[in-house]
Ligand binder design. Structure first.
Ligand code: AMP
Length: 425
């Protein structure tokens, strides 16, 4: 499982429109770059959108919801919490509370952890002066509500953390009771390592058109596939391909291009140097495709140039290398392409060629697979600069909409006010 450290990206917190206090707290915590979960979740949460995110622990998911929550606190003193975080265990309640305390450094924010196994009186006492963020297990939260010690009237955001675990433990009835008693116009974020049907049903019932983000590399057996990228200008790509093939001497490789014409062109040039190169795409007659695939499967063809559509279904166990000559247009295509190698626990390696202006595409792929690609170098090509991605492009990922620049009301979906504006009001 990737650690937060291994998930550092080139996006920065500065580009996220956060308050000076928050930037100072992040610097103090030593968080230099948002992890992919943070890069994906924070802008949406700030915009008031309901999000169902598939993310495991160790990915920085706690800060991903704590940052927008803290940014949205209205500053006025309320008795009841403005944010409620539901967690499956007392350990997690304490851990999440500590993260809130760390990120609220320099601000007057009252965060409490509420969980069973400790005298309820103490916790009621703790809340007496008012509370901004309540983090707790569903059973104890409900208990406190029933005793009149916890009111949800001021809640404008609820987080269901580790939702799958909470349902496994049997918290569904408690969670539903809590959600039913919270204000209807609240925002809801749900995080879960897996999204089985019960989690989906919960989301459908209690969330407002949730946007679904997947930060888990579901289809990639990430452990067995090394994934790299090269930065390269368009006109040097072919030379880089040849240099890479010379260095790697792949047992069998698929070279993916975006278009059929591109496949033909690369195949044509490649065949002059490598007679055992073939190509496959949708314009070729079926019998030609069958013949090429049979030869590839038999190991007679070593290099296969292909488009996504045809490349998807290829299940050949000897493929050692995937080369994305053109960066895929859609993140899912990356997952499918790279999934052609490393099959059945075998080792594989994937290289993606990225033009300097294609940094955004690279970032989107990294968010999709919840992993950063390593930069590769090869003699003669090392002078080229790193691609520059606009991190706001992350906002365009799933819905193809413009990156949400701060915009005037009406706010968000269903007229809900984005969290980033609340502080100013
Ligand atoms: P979590 O997935 O929330 O349990 O976080 C895992 C660990 O990553 C925690 O120890 C956090 O303090 C740490 N962490 C969270 N975000 C970042 C970041 N942007 N940079 C470095 N460490 C982080």
């Amino acid at each position: 499982m990737p650690t937060a450290e291994s998930l550092r990206s080139d996006a920065t917190f500065d580009q996220m429109d956060l308050s000076d206090e928050m930037l100072a707290a992040l610097a103090k915590a030593g968080y230099e770059h948002p992890t992919p979960v943070q890069a994906g979740l924070i802008p949406r949460a700030l915009d008031g959108i309901d999000v169902m995110g598939q993310a495991r622990t160790g990915t920085g998911k706690t800060a991903a919801f704590a940052i927008p929550i803290l940014e949205g606190l209205r500053g006025d003193v309320k008795r009841g919490p403005q944010a409620l975080v539901l967690v499956p265990t007392r350990e997690l309640a304490v851990q999440v509370r500590d993260e809130f305390v760390k990120l609220a450094e320099g601000q007057r924010v009252r965060s409490v952890a509420l969980y069973g196994g400790k005298p309820i009186r103490q916790q009621i006492e703790k809340m007496r002066g008012g509370v901004d963020v309540a983090i707790g297990t569903p059973g104890r939260l409900l208990d406190l509500m029933q005793r009149g010690a916890l009111s949800l009237g001021d809640v404008d955001i609820i987080v269901l953390d580790e939702a799958d675990r909470m349902l496994d433990i049997g918290f569904r009835p408690d969670i539903e009771k809590i959600l039913r008693r919270a204000p209807n116009d609240r925002q809801t974020l749900l995080l879960s390592a897996t999204i089985p049907p019960p989690v989906e049903r919960l989301a459908r019932k209690y969330m407002d058109h949730p946007e679904v983000l997947n930060f888990s590399p579901a289809e990639i057996s990430g452990d067995t596939i090394d994934q790299y990228y090269f930065t390269v200008d368009g006109e040097r790509k072919f030379d880089l391909l040849v240099a890479l093939l010379e260095r790697e001497q792949p047992k069998q490789a698929i070279i993916f291009c975006r278009t059929k014409r591109g496949v033909d062109k690369i195949h044509h040039r490649l065949q002059r140097k490598y007679p055992d190169a073939e190509c496959i795409h949708g314009d070729l007659a079926q019998r030609v495709r069958d013949r090429v695939m049979a030869a590839f499967r038999a190991g007679k063809v070593r290099l296969l140039v292909a488009t996504d559509v045809v490349g998807r279904g290829i299940d050949v166990s000897g493929i050692s290398h995937i080369i994305n000559y053109d960066i895929p247009q859609f993140c899912d295509d990356y997952v499918h392409r790279v999934g052609r190698t490393g099959r059945m626990g075998r080792e594989g390696v994937a290289y993606t060629f990225v033009a300097p202006e294609e940094g955004n595409e690279l970032t989107r792929i990294e968010v999709r697979i919840n992993r950063l690609l390593d930069r590769a170098e090869i003699a003669g090509f090392e002078t080229i600069a790193k691609p520059t991605g606009d991190p706001s492009a992350l906002d365009e990922l799933a819905d193809g909409e413009e990156a949400p620049a701060p915009k005037p009301p009406p706010f968000g979906r269903g007229g809900r006010m984005p969290r980033r504006y609340r502080r100013a009001l």
